[in-house]
Design a protein around this ligand. Structure first.
Ligand SMILES: Cc1ncc(COP(=O)(O)O)c(C=O)c1O
Length: 378
């Protein structure tokens, strides 16, 4: 079947594209897509004001308007994480990295690329990061200046205890950097409860906008000291902020259409009841998915208490007849796109709960999964 015919058959989202049950890019609303139907120049007054408004709104979402700065950055989420690490961690600094999945490992890799000292506390992919070892390591090693943690480790979908991590890091008077990529906009993240020095996130996950734009929210009072830390011209967050602060404009070509989309997506987030409203819908999506899949005999990797309502990892069924590629293709043909697993040692696949859809569509996805597995002998 041609791709066009397949797409015609597989009409699930508001504009009849297949529904993306993935960790991002994800299904966006028709209105977010429509917001991009305009061309603005980077020096346009409307665009400059929109840029300012978006940054203010992102700060408001984590109650950080008074204490932090928002620095938007072109590129995918990893660009923002790398820029955050390079900007916040001085060349003579040392990062303690709490790892329980691929995105934690990516932070270690970033440190190796940009030649920063890093020490790692690793736990299994189905276990939260180890706060007792964090406490002990900060007691033992006075050379550690910063701690990094991933809020929701999208590798497995596990929720890390960031509030506890933040409390320990603050008690030891070290700086905290959070990869909040798959958390920002849906999981609670207020600087009042989780005092962070910087977080990195992107537009195309729980904010439900399009890919192409990330951002870092960094503490105001220490930000001037980060000047000169960056290893890279285009990822220099201090230079990015300085230029924007002086001119209202982006330093290099801005992703204008992505900003238009994000502005609209932020309005839709507010209309949904903000972070708590979005959390509630994702939680319902997650519950519908997990209940339905367990009824079909699938097993989740994580117990419910460790599961963030963002993306769920399912163990690959043991039967020899189960072929993931076939499962994926048949589901795709019915209009649902799922995601392969990312665990190191266990065969698995993932289904995302985030994006512009509710439990009714999730229920329909579970029914499609049932059709695929019962109808094909998979
Ligand atoms: C927690 C986390 N960090 C970092 C990234 C990297 O983002 P990107 O793939 O947009 O570079 C992802 C992507 O899924 C993520 O989930």
């Amino acid at each position: 079947m041609s791709r066009n015919k397949k797409l015609k058959k597989a009409r699930r989202s508001s504009i009849n594209d297949p529904l993306l049950l993935t960790p991002g890019p994800l299904t966006t609303s028709a209105t977010v897509k429509e917001a991009m139907l305009h061309d603005y120049g980077s020096r346009d007054d409307y665009f400059i004001e929109l840029n300012r408004r978006v940054c203010q709104e992102l700060l408001t979402l984590c109650d950080a308007q008074q204490t932090h700065l928002c620095i938007p950055l072109q590129g995918s989420g990893s660009f923002a994480v790398e820029a955050m690490i390079a900007n916040q961690l001085p060349r003579e600094g040392k990062l303690l990295n709490l790892v329980n999945g691929a995105y934690g490992h990516r932070i270690t890799e970033i440190c190796q690329y940009i030649d920063r000292k890093v020490s790692v506390i690793e736990t299994a992919e189905d276990q939260p990061v180890d706060v007792a070892r964090l406490n002990q390591t900060l007691t033992d090693d006075a050379t550690i200046t910063h701690v990094a943690v991933v809020y929701c480790e999208t590798t497995s979908g596990i929720l890390n205890p960031v509030e506890e991590v933040a409390e320990i890091v603050a008690r030891h008077n070290r700086r905290l950097l959070i990869d909040a990529m798959s958390a920002f906009g849906a999981l609670p993240l207020s600087v009042g409860n989780i005092p962070f020095d910087a977080i990195a996130a992107s537009a195309n996950k729980c904010l439900q906008s399009v890919p192409g734009l990330g951002f870092v929210i960094a503490k105001k009072d220490t930000f001037p000291r980060t000047r000169g830390n960056a290893h890279s011209l285009s990822l220099d967050l201090h230079a990015q902020w300085q230029y924007m602060n002086d001119t209202g404009q982006w330093r290099f070509t801005p992703p204008t259409h992505c900003l238009l989309a994000l502005d609209q997506a932020l309005r839709e987030l507010e209309k949904e009841g903000g972070v708590s409203g979005r959390y509630k819908r994702y939680e319902e999506n997650c519950r519908t998915l997990v209940t339905g899949m367990r009824d079909l005999g699938f097993q989740t990797l994580l117990p419910d208490e460790l599961q963030a309502p963002i993306i769920v990892t399912f163990l690959m069924p043991g039967e020899e007849s189960f072929n993931f590629q076939e499962f994926y293709d048949r589901l795709n043909a019915l209009g649902y796109v799922i995601y392969p697993g990312k665990l190191t040692n266990i065969d698995s696949f993932r289904v995302g709960c985030i994006g512009h859809f509710g439990p009714d569509k999730m229920q329909a996805a579970v029914s499609a999964i049932k059709t695929v597995i019962t109808g094909s002998g998979l």
